[in-house]
Write a protein that binds this ligand. Structure first.
Ligand SMILES: [Zn+2]
Length: 307
């Protein structure tokens, strides 16, 4: 049996946990929604929902225990201390020192990673970016995450901070982002953004979401098509910013808010090639190949491989 690690991907809406082996294959996948209502009551310790899932997985594998726990979490997160301080997208009882909490509970090595980096690690090592030296990933979900892996090393800012390139500005006159500025990539192309724009323009009801907008566009709704075209244009500008900032060999686009189509890929590649004419480096645009489990696989990879 191959060595393995517990991979956890804590997003703004869901938790994904799985066994991940050294070949990047997952088993025993668990997918649950975050218990936002905290039904366990105020006395439950922080991270109780996650602890109980991980506990179940470890106890069902006692004959071959994991090498550790890789924990990917929606940013901002301090990967060195393991402290989650993210009131923007996570409830109060998902705040605190997750690294120390899990280490104390399970007596295992624990590595904490920004979720965008985790998904990028997964795709760069085992997915669509495998074999490339420099990979940038754009993850379109509830928000927009960006991760960059250069020669197997995660690109980080000073003191381990994650640069949050999902908040690059592509339209200074665009919608206000929760980060406090206008027209971030995230405020234009994330699932949340598409829903907000769709509702604002009367295309969606408050109960519908970004996926419904994509379906309406697919069915030929003119206003929905227009919104999707604007989002694609913003995504193209985001891709160009990544090319000029990092010079990646491959740009992987993935995430639950992405409506994949060959025509979008062709369009983004054309925009990328235009930028490449100046940088003289062709960046290939690809869709991710690991689906929604890229972050779980990547988080565990931080335990299974030296990155
Ligand atoms: Zn922003």
């Amino acid at each position: 049996m191959l060595d393995w690690a517990v991979g956890v991907d804590l997003g703004g809406t869901n938790i994904r946990v799985a066994k991940v082996d050294v070949m990047g294959k997952i088993s025993q996948p668990i997918f649950v929604e975050i218990d936002k209502a905290d039904k366990r009551g105020a006395d439950a310790p922080n991270f109780a929902q996650i602890i109980s899932i991980v506990e179940g997985m470890i106890s069902s594998n006692q004959e071959h225990p994991p090498l550790g726990i890789g924990f990917g979490v929606t940013g901002p997160i301090n990967v060195e201390t393991g402290i989650i301080d993210n009131p923007f997208t996570l409830p109060a009882y998902f705040q605190g020192n997750i690294k120390k909490t899990l280490e104390d509970k399970f007596n295992l090595k624990v590595v904490v990673e920004n979720d965008a980096n985790a998904a990028c690690i997964g795709e760069a090592i085992f997915g669509a970016g495998a074999g490339a030296t420099m990979v940038a990933c754009l993850i379109l979900g509830t928000g927009v995450g960006v991760g960059v892996i250069n020669k197997g090393v995660v690109y980080r800012g000073a003191n381990g901070v994650h640069p949050e390139a999902g908040h690059v500005h592509v339209d200074p006159t665009g919608p206000l982002c929760y980060c406090g500025r206008n027209g971030c990539l995230e405020a234009l192309v994330s699932g949340t953004a598409l829903k907000n724009i769709g509702v604002e323009r009367g295309v969606l009801t408050a109960e519908q979401n970004g996926k419904d907008l994509a379906d309406l566009a697919e069915a030929g709704n003119k206003e929905a098509v227009q919104i999707m075209l604007e989002a694609q244009q913003a995504l193209g500008l985001g891709v160009v910013n990544l090319i000029y900032t990092y010079g990646p060999e491959k740009i992987i686009i993935t995430g639950s808010a992405l409506s994949r189509s060959d025509s979008l890929l062709v369009k983004l590649q054309a925009i990328a090639d235009e930028a490449s004419a100046y940088t003289k480096l062709r960046s290939e645009i690809k869709y991710g190949s690991l689906g929604d489990w890229a972050g779980t696989i990547g988080a565990a990879t931080r335990i299974l491989k030296t990155l």
